[in-house]
Design a protein around this ligand. Structure first.
Ligand code: FMN
Length: 298
């Protein structure tokens, strides 16, 4: 049975750790890679250390999961050792970076590449930090410039992570077309109010909605972008079990990332996804995962 997929880098199964969950630390990334994940994406890393927002930064009320961490990270120059530790697993690490413009992204990408990562993921889509993420990603000319410049500066594949908080995903995808793969989706901008205190539940007011309630949105973006562009797509958003992952693959994703589900199910989810996928393929007489990619596209 073949579970290997090619997303610009070859990985041994379609399951990848999403950016922002247990991936600021080399040892947790290594442990996840040794427990069934084919690759990990690091926390998004910027030019210098950021504290992020004050608590509360996470709000959970099943199925709602909101976060406004605020891109807290140690800064690129403090991240080399974390990548080195994760790489001891022998499996690929994908370096996620965020910046405000093309020169900043290029510098970060060069440094990440020198640390030994297999690919770069450009965070063009975080919904809750002014001047970064979605604000950069919603300007097609800027996206085009960032992707072109980063592609010309590094030798490894470059992925662009796009935002669902857009009126025209195809315009965004087109602007990022020089990427080796498109990653869909980041969180949806949202908020909730605590009626007892009459205040928003997050200190930052707005946050990013993730977890199972966003799965239909993720599936729709993966389907639409794969159908209209034919590009390699990596699906992310609300995957809790193998059936969710299979849906994303059938919608056109060559691989999928898992984030919020780890809060609920722990890192054992990666081994469970692998055995669930093997069982599904076995039952349905499928010998190669690649035969499942995009089969639902009409
Ligand atoms: C606590 C938290 C932190 C996150 N941090 C990042 C980040 O640094 N960079 C990024 O590109 N996405 C970040 N994300 C978004 C996830 O990578 C993913 O796109 C999103 O949560 C949807 O997938 P999920 O439903 O499996 O979590 C974060 C998500 C959560 C819940």
């Amino acid at each position: 049975m073949n579970l290997n997929v090619d997303i610009g880098i070859k990985i041994s199964n379609p399951f990848i750790l999403a950016s922002g969950i247990l991936d600021e630390n080399g040892y947790t990334m290594k442990r996840i890679l040794e427990n069934g994940a084919a690759a990990v994406v690091t926390k998004s890393i910027g030019t210098s250390e950021r504290q992020g927002y004050n608590p509360p930064i996470i709000y959970e009320n099943d199925p709602v999961f909101l976060n406004a961490v605020g891109l807290s990270n140690p800064g690129i120059d403090n991240f080399k050792d974390e990548v080195k530790i994760a790489l001891e697993s022998g499996r690929p690490v994908i370096g996620s970076i965020f910046g405000k413009d093309a020169p900043e992204f290029s510098e970060l990408a060069k440094k990440m590449e020198s640390y030994g990562v297999s690919a770069i993921e450009l965070n063009l889509s975080c919904p809750h930090v002014n001047g970064y993420g979605m604000e950069v990603g919603s300007d097609p000319d800027l996206v085009y410039e960032i992707v072109s410049e980063v592609k010309s500066r590094v030798k490894i594949p470059v992925f662009s992570k796009l935002s669902p908080n857009t009126s025209n995903i195809l315009e965004e995808a087109k602007a990022a077309e020089k990427s080796d793969a498109l990653v869909l989706i980041n969180t949806l901008k949202g908020m909730e109010i605590d009626i007892a205190s009459k205040k928003p539940v997050l200190s930052n007011v707005y946050g990013g909605l993730s977890g199972k309630c966003i799965k239909p949105v993720g599936i729709r973006y993966v389907y639409e972008v794969k159908k209209e562009t034919g590009k390699t797509v990596i699906g992310v958003g609300g995957i809790e079990n193998v059936n969710d992952a299979i849906e994303y693959i059938m919608a056109g994703a060559s691989a999928v990332q898992i984030g919020t589900a780890i809060y609920r199910h722990g890192i054992k989810i990666f081994n469970e996804l692998n055995s669930g996928l093997i069982e599904y393929m076995d039952k349905n007489g499928i010998s190669n995962i690649n035969d499942m990619i995009g089969v639902a596209i009409a």
